[in-house]
Ligand binder design. Structure first.
Ligand SMILES: Cc1ncc(COP(=O)(O)O)c(C=O)c1O
Length: 379
């Protein structure tokens, strides 16, 4: 299969490990193995005794049991563990889709959620998030209007990367209703779930619809991307079997040590989510202040859930040029909208890291140095 470059990963590849002030990252603050093991007594010895043989294709029973407990309707045999979320997206799309199928994808979104379908030869329609007066908005009637007799899949990403928009349970129920009426699969990337800033927990889509496939991961809300542990949850047993067979050609099974560490993390999942939520809330206080101070320069779109948001720069300078110059001259990394194929002067900002405030200061210093702070908003 030929597939286009992953723009965001290419951009991060250029800057992520050289820019000193990261302000666009999507994961929460990571931790050391030692810190993670300190959440669970006796886990250090068990970790050292981990067996480094091949592991079960679907993931260890213990890990799948922990994952299933996140849901209200899932059993461990309705879960398949993958190497990160990315492998699961790639395998799912390849199992379900054929050339000529129609796919509707929430947009903007993480590139693989439409690029893999493109590479297979599907026709992909965008269901657009739009800038409203108080953040991002989605039109459910628009979704229904996009459905055709060839539509095989609706792909949603909630909480959304890059906007931080999250569906309410009522909105999810309506999407399920549309999908059910037309016998369409839903792929629901929910890798940022668990960090709801309004304190209202959202239900997982796979708990509510028999043709829904939900994606979860340790990388984002739990801040453990180095584990490379993601998973699929679905009631569709045929899908589970087909994805297991597909995985025989990608990674076969997961790292034994990562499975063990992910199990420890999920046993202490709520504590880790609380830790990360605290970091985000703390950072948002500084962010509120910053965007209030510079409301002449930016449209501030506070996230609804998770550690990322998509704000607008209201200056004449193109966002790509703005971000490229800033990382070069000041070492501050933001993610420009063209990484999402999104038109408009938007940039992604990440709130999950402990050094956010310090990095924001470098962003401000850059604006001051470039004499941008007093500029007046364009029409
Ligand atoms: C919405 C979304 N899905 C999937 C992924 C891939 O996650 P992972 O790095 O765990 O493979 C990402 C990573 O940024 C993401 O933002």
């Amino acid at each position: 299969m030929k597939i286009n470059d992953f723009r965001l990963e290419v951009y991060f590849g250029e800057h992520e490990f050289s820019a000193p002030y990261l302000l666009g990252q999507s994961d929460c603050e990571a931790m050391t193995v030692r810190e993670l093991l300190s959440y669970e007594s006796d886990s250090e010895k068990a970790f050292m005794d981990s067996w480094l043989g091949y592991t079960e294709v679907a993931g260890s029973d213990e890990l799948r049991t922990q994952i299933a407990q996140l849901y209200s309707q899932m059993n461990s045999d309705e879960i398949i563990v993958h190497s990160g979320a990315q492998e699961a997206i790639f395998n799912f799309m390849n199992v379900l889709l054929n050339k000529g199928d129609h796919v509707i994808t929430m947009f903007p979104t993480y590139q693989s959620l439409f690029e893999v379908a493109n590479a297979i030869g599907c026709q992909v329609s965008q269901w657009n998030l739009r800038q409203g007066n108080k953040g991002w908005v989605l039109d459910l009637e628009e979704l229904e209007a996009l459905v055709t007799p060839q539509t095989k899949l609706i792909c949603i990403n909630t909480p959304n990367n890059p906007t931080g928009y999250t569906l309410t349970d009522e909105e999810s129920a309506r999407i399920i209703e549309i999908a059910r009426a037309h016998n369409i699969y839903i792929f629901s990337d929910e890798v940022y779930k668990g960090l709801e800033l309004d304190g209202i927990k959202r239900s997982w889509i796979a708990d509510q619809y028999e043709k829904a496939v939900t994606l979860g991961v340790m990388s984002k809300a739990y801040g453990l991307p180095g584990l490379r542990i993601g998973w699929i949850a679905t009631k569709d047993q045929e899908m589970i079997e087909s994805m297991m067979k597909y995985k025989h050609y990608t990674t076969i099974c997961n790292s034994a040590t990562s499975e063990y560490l992910a199990t420890v993390a999920l046993k202490n999942g709520q504590r880790i989510l609380n830790r990360n939520l605290e970091i985000i809330k703390h950072n948002l206080e500084a962010s509120d202040e910053f965007f209030e101070k510079y409301s002449n320069l930016f449209t501030y779109n506070k996230p609804m859930c998770g550690p990322i948001a998509f704000h607008k720069l209201n200056l004449e300078i193109p966002i790509r040029q703005f971000c490229d110059t800033m990382v070069k001259e000041q070492g501050v990394l933001l993610l420009p909208a063209d990484m999402y194929f999104f038109e408009g002067n938007y940039f992604r900002m990440g709130y999950g890291r402990k050094n956010f405030k310090e990095n924001l200061k470098h962003f401000e210093n850059y604006l001051i140095k470039k004499e941008m702070t007093d500029k007046v908003i364009k029409d």
